[in-house]
Design a protein around this ligand. Sequence first.
Ligand SMILES: Cc1ncc(COP(=O)(O)O)c(C=O)c1O
Length: 451
Amino acid sequence: MNLGNLYEELLSKLAKRTPSSRMLYERARKVLPMGVTYHIRFMEPYPFYVKYAKGANIWDVDGNIYDDYWIGHGALILGHAPKPVIDAVREQLDKGSHYGFAHELEIKLAELIVKHVPNVESVRFTNSGTEANMYAIRLARAYTGRKRIVKIEGGWHGGYDSLHTGVKPPFKGPESAGLPEESIKYTVSVPFNDLEAMERAIKGGDVAAVVMEPVLGAGGSIPARREYLKGVRELCDGFGTLLIFDEVITGFRLALGGGQEYYGVDADIVVMGKIIGGGFPIGAFGSRYEIMELLDYKKCTEKTRRSFHGGTFTGNPVSMVAGIATIKVLEREGVYERLNAMGEYMIKGLRRIASHLTNPVYITGSGSIIGVHFTKREPINACISLIERWSDEVYRVLHKYMLLRNIVYIGENMAHFMLSTGHTKEMIDRFLAAFEDFIKLIGKELKSGGS
Ligand SMILES: Cc1ncc(COP(=O)(O)O)c(C=O)c1O
């Protein structure tokens, strides 16, 4: 047997235990492209369809229960349906789900963000991380009067045109059909953790902003080297370029103050999403007054100076109360210590197990964000994590194997995991035991001459 045959065997086992999902999939594909609402949620042989979720568990329509390491795209730091959030939302629903006017809850959530996130004096809400990045880029361009943007290879900031390039190998050109070259003309992508490449890009001139995640998320759950982030900060200062931290994943995950606090590096504009909505749609961008003033039509009366932001559901009271309730829990003593200690426990366990395979396996991560890489060398950037692999098949096999062990994550082509306060040590031990069995199994497959 080789990895390809093993994959087929696992797929057929999965199909046997998911007949109701298969029926839903047949229905879904008639009305939803790929049978899903986001292509990354598709999985072979077909997606399982969720019935309900609680804590760190998900139940599918066939009654299978999974330990969830995707945890709502990383948004559910308190797990699924946490009581304080659900209670707050229930109470709010009777008072209105969407006002379309100013209200106190948006002030409260903004105050909490300003209190915890360094270098944010003022904030605006959006409905998604994509929008937040879009408006942050627009603001940076408005403030600097420059056009060019530097981003990181593998950096995923949502589907906004100017940032929808350099995400997947070969990290060039538009990432989607229908995206004209002109819309990414002013964007350049450089490798993560490579200060010289960043310097060359910034020296190219006219750079309004560098946009980057403190931990490269979709590009491999790869932490920035502290010295690298400091170097980028200095370069930005030297060239009058704004540093935008996309903290859609890392914000309120690594620490209350996100990656800025965790790494001790200051950003000029901070983009947030996911966690701050407590499981409801949200995004936000914030900065110091001097920059945020460009959104203030009372102060910025000339149309040519001000930067636009808005939207029907922005600051809706449901997302606001959910975000407030979430942050209130996160403010409790010891939450991050416990969450990050659990991440460290998982990383250490994975490293110990990985060392038994003759082929290299690298474990990356920071806090509660963890990545497993079957790469030829240490993945310090997306080029290594996505291209320099000794096998692509092994990712697909791992995904199916873990599903059969009742562990789920996204996706089939990469192995990323996020934790919530709903995860327990028993769950992590279960994960590690499954991973250990997987490593033994593929060790045998590889020895027997498989791919
Ligand atoms: C770092 C980062 N930025 C932006 C986004 C886009 O956020 P959204 O999916 O809410 O539009 C994501 C989504 O996963 C993300 O991981």
